[in-house]
Write a protein that binds this ligand. Structure first.
Ligand SMILES: *Cc1c(COP(=O)(O)O)cnc(C)c1O
Length: 439
């Protein structure tokens, strides 16, 4: 098969990757970075500016991965950079309270009706792990329900996948997770009121929390019906079970009030990460004053962090969220994304290609499917990922950087200009033609 476009040079990246394999398992510090699901070896990135990144071989890309979501303002945002630089000479960490924590908390809480108190941690995983412990501490129950197709970080309780059957104990999805942990996690399909009802019947009085991604966006973009989420709220309330919205992606992405506002549903606990730190490692969880009063030192649920509320990270978060809080920010993001996906969608329809582009707010996802909606993990056909592999390579060759897996969503940042998006649309059209040319 002849490629109309030459493969980009990966000489330096390949050399660096070979070196990295001596240092890190698989050559990386987070598995998906290893490019196992796409062609070639990973690109080592040297720098980013606005919507663009440059790799070690000097290739330039328009970036739609955006560090997996945090960079809603793009790379090297002026205000974020200046805020970090301003804070640097004052020291990197104290392990004592700083005003910056108050400032970021105030910015978040005064613009969010769904939480009254917050606790900062250093990653999304940590936020979720703490939220689960909090829910167990409050309800004095052990079991949790999660959904197949939702990712909540890598804590033990959540590295669990569905067994066979409508409602089952989970099976560990990673070696090293004790079976006893998996036994406390019930895994069911999304978009299935019957399974949810049965889970509550089977485990009456035992379920501490149900956790769901604000909008499931880690295993494709599985857009849920509002009515289903409202049912979820109703059934959890009836059973004295806490509802946790994991808004690590959707928080500050769907708007300042995230998915809670989108569905008009009040969760009991909300977790945040990614955007909240402006590109620095920050996570957080929040809830009502009453629920949060269970956290130490006020309450009996222990949770702590040496670098929690790190001043540099707080400064970056404040500078980022201040920009997101400006009127019209999210409307503009959404308009831009709508125009982008609409043009691609029209092209797909004209050519009758078997691919869909789903989107919400400034998140989009290509699904090689004939289905008009994909709401659960089982609806994704693993074999269709072969098409994504081809698309990914064709896009890299045209200067467009997508996440290295077809299960990952794409993000549009405020830094993506009209020119960036026009170029990306043209490249995506060409890439799709390549994907489908022999089909
Ligand atoms: C990324 C993500 C996490 C994990 O966050 P880390 O910062 O990678 O630990 C948890 N939940 C959701 C919904 C995520 O997207």
């Amino acid at each position: 098969m002849s490629n109309p476009i030459e493969d980009i040079s990966r000489v330096k990246s390949t050399e660096l990757f070979e070196q990295a394999k001596n240092y890190f398992p698989g050559g990386v510090n987070s598995p998906v970075r290893a490019f196992k699901s796409v062609y070639g070896s990973p690109l080592f990135i040297e720098r980013g500016d606005k919507a663009h990144v440059w790799d070690a071989d000097g290739n330039e890309f328009i970036d739609f991965c955006c560090s997996w979501g945090p960079l809603i303002l793009g790379h090297n945002n002026d205000q974020v950079r200046e805020a970090v630089i301003k804070q640097l000479p004052n020291g990197l960490s104290f392990g004592a309270p700083t005003q910056l924590e108050n400032k970021l908390a105030d910015l978040i809480l005064s613009n969010n009706r769904f939480i009254e108190k917050i606790r900062f941690v250093s990653s999304g995983t940590e936020a979720v792990m703490s939220a689960i412990r909090l829910a167990r501490g409050v309800t004095k129950r052990d079991k949790i329900i999660k959904f197949e197709g939702c990712y909540h970080g890598h804590s033990d309780s959540l590295l669990v996948k569905a067994g066979s059957g409508l409602v089952t104990f989970g099976e560990t999805s990673s070696a090293g997770v004790p079976k006893a942990f998996a036994d406390e996690t019930i895994v069911i399909a999304l978009d299935d009121e019957t399974a949810l009802t049965k889970a509550f019947e089977d485990f009456q009085g035992q379920v501490a929390a149900v956790i769901i991604e604000g909008v499931p966006a880690n295993n494709g973009l599985l857009l849920q019906d509002k009515s289903y989420i409202q049912f979820l709220r109703k059934i959890t309330k009836e059973n004295g079970t806490l509802l946790i919205f994991d808004e690590v992606i959707t928080g500050f992405r769907l708007g300042f009030e995230g998915a809670a506002n989108y569905y008009d549903v009040q969760p009991d606990i909300i977790t945040y990460g990614k955007i909240i730190g402006g590109g620095m490692p920050v996570g957080a969880y929040g809830a009502s004053n009453e629920i949060m009063s269970n956290i130490s030192p006020d309450g009996a649920v222990y949770q702590a962090g040496t670098l929690s509320g790190n001043p540099i990270a707080m400064a970056a978060g404040i500078a980022a969220l201040t920009q997101l809080a400006q009127p019209g920010f999210y409307e503009k993001q959404e308009e831009k994304t709508d125009a982008f996906v609409t043009e691609i969608r029209n092209f797909i329809a004209e050519n009758n290609f078997e691919v869909k582009i789903f989107s919400i707010s400034s998140i989009f996802w290509f699904a090689f499917t004939e289905l008009d909606a994909i709401k659960k993990a089982d609806d994704i056909i693993p074999a269709s990922m072969e098409n994504y592999k081809i698309m990914h390579r064709e896009l890299l060759n045209r200067g467009i950087y997508f996440g290295p897996s077809g299960y990952e969503v794409g993000f549009i940042s405020a830094a993506h200009t009209k020119e960036d998006l026009t170029k990306a649309i043209a490249s995506i059209k060409e890439a799709l033609v390549e994907v489908f040319k022999n089909k």
